[in-house]
Design a protein around this ligand. Structure first.
Ligand SMILES: Cc1cc2nc3c(=O)[nH]c(=O)nc-3n(C[C@H](O)[C@H](O)[C@H](O)COP(=O)(O)OP(=O)(O)OC[C@H]3O[C@@H](n4cnc5c(N)ncnc54)[C@H](O)[C@@H]3O)c2cc1C
Length: 340
């Protein structure tokens, strides 16, 4: 395995931002991964795992250690009656993987179509879209523990999945490199088409009894109309997480903004689609400062119009968060991983 020096990272992130990696490696199997990690620890350097670079903002100064672009590939399928167990290596492309499962009519992840990135990153922030989260179909996650230099298998419970969160984002979890994700899918038809946009799509197309391929097609079309094409515009998707607030706080906000949408996520907690607030309360959708802006069709998506720096993106994002706080007293935090 070649370990390169001073590799520009902007071409490995969908934001198209980031300085140089001091060292850069692309392991293709477990042995090469261990070799790369040993190289970094031998030099006393930190290491950073990179998948598709679609949920990350890397500093303009670059990364002072070893960046490991996950290149481990391979998919195994075991069918047992209606149940399908699928193991996918971390370096597999997420959407190609979803496409393969949809082709084979394995139900469970079709609503997660067209999310950029790798399989290995899917449990990190528990990716979710259109009423489905990946935690619902993950049975276990295989990892390499950097601290103890050992391979481990974490159960779904060990992963402590939550809304755009997991054990892997906590301090202890950051020692773990995901090498493989084990999914339980189903051959029995079970679709989740209750999400408003999806329902509307099928109503307009007059499709009464959609199949799994129709659902994938619907999600891809809906996303195309809402989100920027990463081939044309730099972005890491939703920049902020939707805040989860108490019922009392929600009641206060509803007095001021009666149209505020919300989803009850527990008896006393509600999730606020912060894009609505940024658009309707702060009137910032489509706003732009220099090379950074909020996407015209989705107020939660920060875009790099060409030559934005990480510093400019962070300043812009801070300003958005400040305005949201000023108007609503809501605190919002990045969903994107910020690498300083
Ligand atoms: C246009 C667009 C739309 C998006 N839509 C959605 C959406 O609908 N829902 C959603 O949830 N997300 C969405 N995202 C965010 C992103 O696609 C996901 O978070 C995706 O899982 C990131 O995968 P990645 O391989 O690109 O991760 P990267 O950006 O490479 O890494 C993200 C984080 O995970 C860590 N990481 C990556 N791989 C591993 C590994 N193998 N082991 C340990 N740590 C690892 C990295 O160190 C980093 O901290 C969107 C992004 C874009 C650009």
């Amino acid at each position: 395995m070649i370990i390169k020096e001073n590799t520009p990272l902007s071409k490995f992130t969908t934001f198209r931002i980031g300085g140089n990696a001091r060292f850069f490696a692309e392991p293709k199997n477990q042995d090469e991964l261990e070799e790369a990690l040993l190289f970094a620890s031998g030099k006393g350097l930190p290491s950073l795992i990179l998948g598709g670079g679609s949920n990350i903002l890397i500093a303009d100064e670059g990364y002072p250690g070893l960046v490991i672009k996950m290149g481990i590939k391979g998919i195994e399928v075991r069918e047992r009656g209606e149940e399908v167990r699928v193991s996918a290596s971390a370096g597999e492309d997420w959407d190609l993987f979803v496409g393969m499962c949809v082709e084979k009519e394995f139900y469970g992840i079709e609503n997660l179509s067209a999310i950029p990135g790798s399989v290995g990153a899917s449990p990190i922030q528990n990716i979710g879209a259109y009423g489905v989260e990946v935690k619902d179909v993950i049975s276990s996650v295989e990892v390499y523990d950097k601290k103890n230099k050992a391979i481990k298998v974490l159960t779904n419970t060990d992963c402590q999945f939550d809304y755009r969160d997991s054990f892997f984002k906590k301090d202890d979890g950051k020692n773990f490199v995901v090498t493989k994700v084990n999914f339980i899918l189903s051959k029995k038809k079970k679709l989740n088409i209750e999400y408003a946009d999806v329902k509307k799509f099928f109503l307009e197309k007059e499709i009464n009894d959609p199949n799994i391929k129709d659902v994938r097609e619907a999600i891809i079309t809906i996303r195309k109309n809402k989100l920027p094409d990463v081939k044309l515009l730099g972005t890491a998707g939703s920049f902020f997480k939707n805040p989860i607030i108490s019922k009392a706080k929600l009641d206060d906000l509803l007095k001021k903004y009666p149209d505020l949408p919300f989803h009850l996520v527990a008896e006393n907690k509600a999730k606020i689609p912060i894009a609505w607030v940024i658009d309707n309360v702060c009137c910032l959708k489509g706003s732009r400062v220099g090379q950074v802006g909020l996407y015209e069709n989705q107020a939660l998506v920060v875009v790099n119009y060409g030559t934005a720096s990480a510093k400019e993106v962070m300043e812009f994002a801070h300003e958005i968060a400040r305005k949201v706080k000023e108007k609503t007293d809501l605190e919002i935090f990045p969903e994107v991983q910020i690498i300083k």
